[in-house]
Design a protein around this ligand. Sequence first.
Ligand SMILES: Nc1ncnc2c1ncn2[C@@H]1O[C@H](COP(=O)(O)OP(=O)(O)OP(=O)(O)O)[C@@H](O)[C@H]1O
Ligand SMILES: [Mg+2]
Length: 220
Amino acid sequence: MSIIEARNIERSFDDLTVLSGLDLDVAKGEFLAIVGRSGVGKSTLLAVLGTHDLDHGGSLRIADTATGELSSSELAALRRKYLGFVFQDFHLLPSLTAMENVILPAVFSGGTLEEARAQAEKVLDKLSVRTNETPTSLLSRGERQRVAVARGLVNNPSVLLADEPSASLDEESEKILFDLLDDLRRQQNFALIAVVHSTAVLHRADRILELKDGILHEVV
Ligand SMILES: Nc1ncnc2c1ncn2[C@@H]1O[C@H](COP(=O)(O)OP(=O)(O)OP(=O)(O)O)[C@@H](O)[C@H]1O
Ligand SMILES: [Mg+2]
């Protein structure tokens, strides 16, 4: 069973058609790299797959649930249960510590603060992040990115959606980040759908798909 199944996805902004009849199946645990020129619609696609953008045509199933039939609260619950996100510019809250940033989604997903803290500690420890620093103070870009990854993984998602997660990192930090993601993926078996530019990272992917003319093309 695919963890994500997208059929005939359409997305336009006024008269600009970005996604046009796009189909995609994502298997559990796979690393799917998405490439394509700037402005082609990669971020739009991730927003649709992540259920942040609901203004699309076609159908989307996540973990065998048709998202189009859900109320907004059911959709939020589905998102918290199955999806994790890493944004290009981190979206960390600057006045909170690394630990607090990572705890937040765990708190929103229910359960006690203690449970959320334990989960956050576990994933931050795996990612070797200093938990009590705030993103603006002592954390390097590489560390901030690892905090963003920890936050994306704290609810143990089935799918991690990442938009150019290493865009602002040097080669060494990028390698460290993807080594970690490979290890964590093996342990937790989440699918990784990432917009990727670097060839070093593309080599790690199970599949590379190019977004072009509104649909995905297999890159060989
Ligand atoms: N909210 C919006 N309103 C209008 N147009 C939009 C909106 N979001 C995206 N677009 C347009 O849709 C197209 C695709 O944008 P998108 O950000 O998905 O591209 P991208 O492939 O992620 O580009 P990049 O590689 O530069 O990040 C662009 O032409 C963009 O201007
Ligand atoms: Mg983009």
